[in-house]
Design a protein around this ligand. Structure first.
Ligand code: FES
Ligand SMILES: [Fe+2]
Length: 403
């Protein structure tokens, strides 16, 4: 797991002035809105004597108040009040918790979990369709019981659709024509790789999905990554009809992942610009019903993946690539791992063995370092341990031929 990327925290509409505890990267955060509605994401451990700030209250001065002895922390993580020393005494400089940069986009609150200054941060994956009249957007959030890298690799994998998703392929019945050797690079970017491929797919039976494609035949689909935890999937059913899905994944810990699935579709809804006065009474309701059906269908497809993924071993991807046998269709998975190696070479990979050992021992708690750590050394908690940067040669080209 890597620090220095944007992680989805909570759906914007689910966040108010009641503090919530959210675990990401095996660390706890408190999330709340201040009195002006501005969101805050702070390390959850109170630096006084370790209480969980998410068990406290939001106060009218925009702070979160610790439930144990009433210390107050503002959106910047700075302690503004220690009741036991009196109102007139200023809290000491070390009375602060890490506060993380936040951004609300696509209906999701993101937090930058790391210490890079603003101009060096990898961005949130762009979603150009979002907010346009031609595309309709829906968001579902769900949790899965496996590592987020396993999840991303499954989403990237072009060869599984034929077997895992009956709606996408022929379940091997047409094995003589089923080939996944031609992956066209698409949307390669500084933070990830992607591809598109063309393949045979059956007609869609679901009455709503038939709007996307009535006939069987060739269709185009592909996926790519943006950082360790953002992924896109394009399903171009026909030259005019498409679903573009954007997955923002938050590793809760090594065995659990929270997925924010943002689905964009360009058919199967009434466009806002085409609604007259009467249409505005009824069409939004039909749109909402169609949204629900689309989300249900996406979750049904996800359940087919989850069933397989729950039993993949080992639970984490093996550190040696010799312990799997990759084929050309797995090239994009190797490219993803190459990017992860690049992030490790930058020194962003958390040392989970050390985090786990400290937790088992029970007498240390870490915080993911925030940008303010570069300005002052006055912190109470130690930074989460990271692996020393390790350079490695790209593997994708070496192994993509099935070597
Ligand atoms: S532990 Fe938070 S105020 Fe004492
Ligand atoms: Fe799948």
């Amino acid at each position: 797991m890597y620090m220095n990327f944007w992680y989805p925290v909570v759906r914007s509409e689910d966040l108010g002035t009641t503090p919530q505890k959210v675990r990401i990267l095996a660390h706890d955060f408190v999330v709340f809105r201040d009195e002006q509605g501005k969101p805050a994401v702070l390390s959850d451990t109170c630096v006084h004597r370790g209480a969980s700030l998410s068990g406290g209250k939001c106060k009218e001065d925009g702070t979160v108040q610790c439930p144990y002895h009433g210390w107050r922390f503002n959106r910047d993580g700075v302690c503004t009040r220690i009741p036991s020393i009196g109102k007139a005494t200023k809290p000491p400089p070390r009375a602060r918790v890490d506060a993380y940069p936040v951004e609300e986009k696509y209906g999701i609150l993101f937090a930058f979990l790391g210490d890079l200054p603003a101009d060096q941060r990898p961005p949130i994956m762009p979603v150009d369709e979002h907010g346009t009249d031609a595309w309709r957007s829906t968001l579902v959030v769900f949790e899965i019981n496996y590592h987020y890298e396993r999840s991303i690799e499954n989403g990237l994998d072009p060869a599984h659709n034929e077997y895992v998703h009956p709606t996408h392929g022929y379940q091997g019945e047409r094995e003589d024509t089923y080939l996944m050797t031609e992956l066209r690079p698409h949307q390669n970017n500084p933070w990830g790789y992607g591809f598109l491929s063309t393949f045979d797919a059956p007609p869609l039976k679901n009455p709503i999905m038939r709007q996307f494609r009535k006939e069987g035949g060739k269709m185009e689909a592909g996926s790519g990554t943006y950082g360790p935890n953002h992924m896109w999937t394009y399903i171009n059913f026909s030259p005019k009809t498409a679903m573009h899905q954007y997955m923002f994944e938050a590793p809760i810990d090594e065995n659990r992942t929270r997925v924010f699935l943002l689905n964009q579709r360009n058919i199967g809804f009434f466009k806002n610009s085409k609604m007259g006065a009467i249409g505005r009474l009824i069409k939004p309701r039909i749109n909402a019903w169609l949204d629900k059906k689309i989300n249900e269908r996406n979750m049904f497809i996800a359940s087919q993946d989850i069933k397989v993924m729950n039993n993949v071993k080992p639970t984490l991807t093996p550190p040696s690539r010799a312990k799997e046998l990759m084929m050309p269709a797995d090239k994009v998975i190797l490219q993803y791992r190459d990017k992860l190696d690049e992030f490790e070479a930058r020194g962003w990979k958390l040392d989970m063995a050390a985090v786990r050992a400290a937790r088992e021992q029970g007498d240390v708690i870490f915080a993911i370092p925030s940008p303010a750590r570069r300005e002052t050394n006055a912190w109470v908690l130690d930074e989460a341990p990271r692996l020393a940067p390790r350079a490695s040669a790209p593997q994708a080209t070496l192994q993509a031929a099935g070597g």
